[in-house]
Structures are given as C-alpha cells and as structure tokens.
Design a binder for this molecule. Structure first.
Ligand SMILES: Cc1ncc(COP(=O)(O)O)c(C=O)c1O
Length: 371
C-alpha cells in the first residue's frame, strides 16, 4: 500500500458540503475583493490566537514581510532568526531591507535557541523572527524578556503553528499572541489551508494593526490617498470563505494529528536509529509535521520512495548556506546544530485523515529499513 505525505482530496471529501456553498455565495455576489468574509475571518483567527486584531494578506510570506516593512529597517539593520526554516522567513527580512543574522537551534526541538539569540544581539539588532517550527512554539518566555531589554520587535513566524499553544507563567498562550505580531500562512498544505494562497497577521497593537491594514492596500486607508508606500496584499475573498468554513474543523484536525503522532512515537520507541519528535515542556504541538531524526537518512528516504511512502526533508539546506545569502559570509561549521539537523531529519505522513492501516504501513516500512 502506498501512503501519500499529504492527502488534500481526503480532506476535501469531508468538508466540500460546507465549503462549496460558502464559495458559491461569494461567486453569486461577484464580490471578490475585500468582501465581508475577510473581516469575519480576521475576527475569528484573532479570537483563536487570543489577539486583538487579525489582518488578512496574500500569503504567509507577506504576513512576515509587511510587519518587517513597518519597522522601516535601514541598510545594515539586523534581524535575528533561525536558518532551520522555510526560505520565506529570511527572504522577508532581506526584502524588508534588513540583514538576516542566523543563529543556532535547540538540538532536541529544532527551535531557535534563546541563548543563541542573546549572544547575537548587537547595536544594529532591530528585531527577532521566531519560528514555531513544525507546529510547536519556541521558548517565548525566554525570548520576550530579551526583546524587551533590548527594545526589539518580535515577529512570530507561526506559518506552521496556527492553534499551537504554550504554557507561559502557568497560562496557555497561543501562537501569535505574545509577539509584536504573529504571521500565519494558509498555503494549502498548512493545518488550516486555503484553496490557493493566503496569510494573516495578528497583533495586540492598535496602531500597528492600522499600519498593516494600510500596507496591504498600497499604504492608504482611503482609496487613492497614500500615507506610505505599501503593496497589493489583500486576502482573496474566495479564500476567506474557504478558510471560514474550514476553521471550525481546525481543533479536531490538530487533535487527530496529535493522536497519529503519539501512535508513531510509541511504535518507534526503543529504536537506536530513530529519535522521535521532542515536545518542549509546556507546549501543545499541532504537528504540522511529524519529523524524525534518523541515522542513514538519505538511504531511508530512498527506501520509502521505493515503497511508495510519502516523506519529505524540511529542510535539506539551511538558510545560512543558501547561495543567495553567500554575501553574508556564513560557512558550514557556523551553525553546527542546524547543520546536523538538516542532514538527519525526515518527515512522515501526519495528515488528519490518515487511517490506522496507512499508519501501520508507514511504521512497518520505516522499521523494515532498520531491521
Ligand atoms: C515557516 C514558514 N514561514 C513562512 C512560510 C510562507 O508562507 P506562504 O507559503 O503562505 O507564503 C511558510 C510556508 O510556506 C513556512 O513554512
């Protein structure tokens, strides 16, 4: 039996009766630009994230770019982030006019290391982009005091972590709740995926929310009047309608992902070749990815491919080693924990609709390789 890494058609079958009418309502109205579904979704995502404001935009990439643009970075201004993430995290820093400063990660969770952030803070540091990688939150309780002490903005790259939460000072805090701004992606493969591109920013800050609303509409609150130079980064109304219909399912889908993760983790326990995901203390993981650290990773990947088992490596080349960032001067050896991770990680199918038979097939195929 082959098992895909992700099966969006399986999800579509379960939700089409609610999503298609929501889309048709927009189509019947021919109201595609900033229809009421956008503001409704913004309010709902803000609520899920314990945030005061939600501001829809065209993608998760723009949800990072617009808040960074709002900082009005000057040439040479630095933004600290992780190199073990999707390209957009650092691409947005560059495109906002900043210089990414890459720091290392925690070896167990793959999340940005607060100690490494602290060591990298210098006179040109303006912000930190924290990535809640694979669906669990970074150590916000350690990062926020550093940011406060040095007057830095904190952008939470929560593209993979909508609905994830972490106990901070004995209270559940949501991904996107505590930073200056949180950025979500609605890329179709995300836990809350649109049927195209989409993104959203959340913030508690009234003035910042107003600026972000302008920046996504060419920098003006009133049509044809522009206080600053923004761009066209609206959230498409059809996508907002899809997302609104899907949002009530999100908590259940995350629960299903956690259930699959627990099953895998128990099945792989005791193997000296496989390290199962470490959930950081205080975190409720949403398992956007279920990512193992394994020995002989590339051979395992070839074995899975031959057997038809979906898998992926997130991410095979860390951002400090990407050719486009060569001018920054990083080399192999600069971020040893990140480099060890990129050579050892592999992600397995974890989508909510995965069946027990499919899970067993994945487990048997991985175990079969190491036996
Ligand atoms: C960590 C991370 N940041 C940013 C993004 C960018 O989101 P999008 O693809 O919606 O632009 C993604 C997803 O693709 C991501 O995984």
């Amino acid at each position: 039996m082959s098992v895909p890494l992700l099966d969006l058609v399986a999800q579509y079958r379960t939700i089409k009766d609610s999503v298609l009418p929501a889309m048709m309502a927009v189509i019947e109205r021919q109201g595609f630009i900033m229809g009421p579904e956008v503001a409704e979704l913004e309010a709902e995502v803000a609520k899920v994230s314990h945030a005061k404001h939600g501001i829809g935009c065209a993608s998760g990439t723009d949800a990072l770019l617009l808040p960074l643009k709002a900082l009005r970075l000057q040439a040479g201004d630095e933004v600290i982030t992780t190199a073990f993430t999707f390209f957009a995290t650092a691409g947005a820093i560059h495109n906002a006019g900043g210089t990414p400063v890459f720091v290392d990660i925690d070896p167990a969770t793959f999340l940005i290391s607060p100690a490494a952030i602290e060591a990298a803070i210098g006179p040109r540091t303006r912000a930190i982009v924290v990535v809640h990688l694979y669906g669990q939150m970074a150590a916000m309780e350690a990062i926020l005091p550093l940011a406060r002490r040095h007057n830095l903005a904190v952008v939470e790259d929560a593209a993979q972590a909508i609905g994830a939460r972490r106990r901070v000072a004995a209270e559940w805090r949501m991904a996107g709740e505590l930073g200056t701004v949180g950025a979500f992606s609605f890329f179709p493969s995300k836990n809350l995926g649109a049927w195209g591109d989409g993104g959203m920013m959340v913030t508690q800050d009234d003035a910042l929310a107003e600026r972000l609303r302008k920046l996504r509409l060419h920098g003006g609150a009133r049509q044809y009047h522009h206080e600053e130079v923004g761009t066209n980064s609206r959230l498409d109304t059809l996508q907002a309608a899809v997302l609104k219909a899907k949002l009530p399912h999100l908590a259940g889908w995350s629960e299903a992902r956690r259930h699959h993760a627990a099953y895998y983790t128990q099945a792989f326990a005791g193997s000296s070749d496989i390290t199962t995901p470490v959930v950081d203390r205080g975190n409720e993981h949403i398992f956007h990815q279920y990512t193992l650290r394994v020995s002989r990773r590339d051979q395992l990947a070839a074995h899975l491919k031959a057997k038809g088992i979906g898998h992926a490596v997130y991410y095979p080349l860390a951002l400090h080693l990407q050719p486009c960032f060569a001018p920054l001067g990083y080399r192999r050896g600069h971020l040893p924990v990140t480099e060890a991770a990129m050579d050892a990680v592999i992600s397995l199918p974890i989508y909510p609709e995965l069946t027990e038979a499919q899970r067993d097939e994945v487990v048997a195929t991985v175990k079969g390789f190491y036996q």
